[in-house]
Structures are given as structure tokens and as C-alpha cells.
Design a protein around this ligand. Sequence first.
Ligand SMILES: NC(=O)c1ccc[n+]([C@@H]2O[C@H](COP(=O)([O-])OP(=O)(O)OC[C@H]3O[C@@H](n4cnc5c(N)ncnc54)[C@H](OP(=O)(O)O)[C@@H]3O)[C@@H](O)[C@H]2O)c1
Length: 220
Amino acid sequence: MNIGIVGAGHIGQAIATIAGRYGYRAMLSNARGPETISELASALGCEVGTAVEAVAFGDLVAVAIPLKAYPLLPIALFDGKIVMDTGNYYPERDGRVAELDSHAITTSGLLARQLPGASVVKAFNAILAAQIITDGRPAGTSGRRALPIAGDDGETKQIVATFIDRAGFDTVDVGTLADSWKIERARPAYCIPMNKAHLAAVLQQTTRESFVPEGSWRRS
Ligand SMILES: NC(=O)c1ccc[n+]([C@@H]2O[C@H](COP(=O)([O-])OP(=O)(O)OC[C@H]3O[C@@H](n4cnc5c(N)ncnc54)[C@H](OP(=O)(O)O)[C@@H]3O)[C@@H](O)[C@H]2O)c1
């Protein structure tokens, strides 16, 4: 299975790193063009291409770009793809989005609406990029960190869960994309290291009113 990666920043590079570490072929892409990341890609041991080429390359496509750039994605090429949506909404970076502010839609719901032919699974949004590389442990390790995922299709969620397992993490299924507000920015499960049982318990207790202080996850 090939991993296409749209976005070559913190998260894109971390996913390329673990993909290579666990024997997947990966292709990294960014906004400015492949020539700007060719050295980076060779250091990470992955291929490089345009965003169009990375989407075409991936059986699993990680979307690792700021939410404000979603409208620039090559929409038609996503038909039939499994998408790992790593995105979060930071209004100061992305601009205010009324539907998100009013909780009318989730960030992953927004992406799924943008890519109607894809099966979107929210994944890797609730872990700091550096920890994707450092925190993975073999399956069965005591206290192994768990990552939350959400999506509307059970089969594609399982494919993403298998990738995450090989990358060193357990998963907890939060539910559908409509349920994925529970793992958005500043929710109790956001970027706080927890094992599977702890994460499941925290998610169980997360209500619409549950928030942690802004930025507190960066000190964890
Ligand atoms: N950083 C974290 O620890 C972390 C953790 C969890 C989730 N996230 C979320 O993951 C997403 C990515 O975050 P990040 O920290 O990796 O961002 P970042 O370091 O700022 O990198 C963003 C990347 O997206 C690329 N990009 C922007 N528009 C694009 C387009 N239309 N086509 C292709 N590539 C495009 C940029 O390309 P150029 O370099 O050419 O501009 C850049 O490589 C965000 O939603 C963020 O909130 C981040």
C-alpha cells in the first residue's frame, strides 16, 4: 500500500518518516513544488511529486495542510481514495469559518464535503507531529499510546487503524465524522498522550462543554 502525502510540513514529514520506517512507499508534496523538497524527501527516504501526483500515487492519502488550503485540493483525483485527515481548525491561521464556530459541521466533515468521492478518516490530528516519530511502540507494549480516529465507513477506518498500528499506536474509534468534534482542537483528548483505556474513558466523558485550556497540550 502506497502513502500519498499532501503537505510537507511538520505532520507530512512525520507521516513520511513512519511510512518509510514501517516499509511503506510514500510520496511527499507541498504547495511550492517538488523541487523545493527534493533534498528533504531523499533524507526521509520517500518519493517527491506535485500534490496531484501524490494523490494519484497514494492508496492512502494523508491530507496534512492548513484547513484554509482545502479548496485548493485536486478534488476529482480523490475519487475512490482513503484519506487520512490530519487537520485542525486554528482560526488565527485559517480565518474564521462560521459553520465550525457554530458547530454546524466538524473540520473533517468539511473536508469530506470538499472530497465527495473519498472516504475520509480523521487520524493523526490529535498528536504533536514530533511525537508521531518518537512515541510509537510495538503492539502489545504496556501503556502503548493510543490515537483517536473517526470516519463514516468501517472498512476504511480499519485500513487506517492497521496503518496506525504498524506505526506504533493503538487506536480508539470515536465514531463518525459527525462525532469527530470530540477530538478536535482543545478537547480533552487533543494531543495528550494516553493509553487505549484512558483515551476511551476520556472520550466517553467528553461533552460539548469539555475543553482544555488553549495551548495547554503543547506543554504535555
Ligand atoms: N504540527 C503539529 O504538531 C500538528 C499536529 C496535529 C495536527 N496538525 C494539523 O495538520 C495540518 C498540517 O499541519 P503542519 O503543522 O504540518 O503544517 P505546516 O508545518 O505549516 O505545513 C503545511 C504544509 O502544507 C503545504 N500546503 C499548503 N497548501 C497546500 C496545497 N494546496 N497543496 C499541497 N500542499 C500544501 C505547505 O506547503 P509549502 O511548504 O510549500 O508552503 C506545507 O508543506 C494542520 O491542519 C494542523 O493543524 C498539526
